[in-house]
Design a protein around this ligand. Sequence first.
Ligand code: HGA
Length: 606
Amino acid sequence: MCGIVGIAGTAPTSERLIEGLRRLEYRGYDSAGIAVIQDGSVQRCRAEGKIRNLDNALRDNPIDGVTGIAHTRWATHGRPTTDNAHPHTSGNVAIVHNGIIENFKDLRDDLSAKGHVFVTETDSEVIAHLIDHHIQAGLSHDKAFAKTLSELRGAYGVAAIFADKPDTVMAARQGSPLAVGLAEDETFIGSDSMALAPFTRQIVYLEEGDWCIATPGDVRIFDASGKPANREVVISTAAAELVDKAGCRHFMEKEIHEQPESVGRTLSQYISAVDESFAFQPGELGLSKADRLISVACGTAFYAGATAKYWFERYAGLAVEADIASEYRYRQPVMPQHGAAIFISQSGETADTLAALRHCKQNGVRTIGVVNVPESSIAREADLHLRTLAGPEIGVASTKAYTAQLSALACIALAAASSRGKMTKEETAEKVRALLEVPRLINEVMLVEPQIEELARALTHHTDVLYLGRGQFFPLAMEGALKLKEIAYIHAEGYAAGELKHGPIALIEDGTPVIVIAPWDELFEKTISNVQEVAARGADVTLFTDPRGAKEAGDSVRTIIIPECDPIAQAIVAAIPIQLLAYHTAVLMGTDVDQPRNLAKSVTVE
Ligand code: HGA
């Protein structure tokens, strides 16, 4: 969500802070700001909207200093205005914050009574006042910072600078990720290693409850109890170059078209094209004897897990509960005795998913993370990290990370099937061959793009769209509806085709667009019956199917034909036209495709 950068440096920081922020803009972009220590006082520059607005504001009113902090915001408390933009100040203190301070009202009331004047609607401002209050009461800066942390309830990644301690940045982590970057004579703070990649590759990840004092070329880290802590220095793999659009109009367009490569890269991590076997020991998954698998995730990643449920059950005979992380963590779920839990997240920092993982770990359940960012919290904390290799995904609406998740999960399901003795070597080899075809099939399915653009044009005239699917295509129907809502701002529902007659069919009227995802399979006839039901009531149906399905459906319905392939491959291939449909509709609607309103890329708050 919000992104934080801090530099305790020896050279001017303003431009570098902005550079760091640009790399974090995917986390939030409703306002941004920086603060530096200049001539012994805190100087701030803030602007509403995207980072380029801050950059322009800085050009008009330049500020600079060798110590500074910066923030890009995704508002949770208070409107996205310049006044509410971070950094927030009190006296000599300036802070930036990622997270939510749950007890901010009590703290604010208490400090107001003591004479502090609050000028924003945010929860975060209280942190600046609290630190300032403790310093004014006579505590050293370190002690004031630590005492403040002990008084905060909720989640935070926070960084602070002090006009009267001009070489220092203090930072802390509780529930929101924070990394420290080390260089010879400078020290950096960032929400993730991507932000720090232009400055250094030597990274220390703060652990839960850690806080630190960063000075040029040095950092002292303390754990939650205040004891000095030693944390491993890792070499980050994040690329220093800012990812660019490679000639595409949007990152999302580029990321959709990168999928042959990203899926191929992910698959090759798990299966070998040489002998159609697994590139790892299936037994390593620890699923050979499992009686239950829990799949926990949010948003698009949840739909990847919900699709994989069909594979684990069908191929590996393993019962799966696919759950939404924000529900799972508060539901007092019954833990599997001999099972495992799988957590799916692009960023690996999704707050609800991370909390669910910790809950499972505490209860002795084996945890598996399917994560795209290898240095992230979920990747590090899971008992087993299974990588997706989608590469950096910048568009807020997930595309290549989703198909990479599906690819990894397909391999995991087949490996589980093999280690559980549910599939013979020949059977798994056949499925592995089918998966290895997916990158080529994705290239092939892209050829329907002109037809999709035409369909997208029609959707722009509607305010409601229904997506239908059965079996493994039901989660894809929900994912299609989610994509359309996210970026085209058109209301859409994804439904199980057979469930339609139990309610949503009442919504169908003349011209209601209905998108049906139904390549030919054993359920095809049933889905076609549902198509007839809605068509009879005036719906404008488009059927995404393969050549066989198109033949069976006849001329009565508009079809978009996708390649024929094995069902496990089809669940991945069929996702592409669904993504393209949302993309083109959004472009035609003129929305901000890569940074849709109200959304942020990785949701590190509850
Ligand atoms: N609560 C703070 C920070 C929001 C945040 O971290 N979002 O991800 C605010 O609203 O400014």
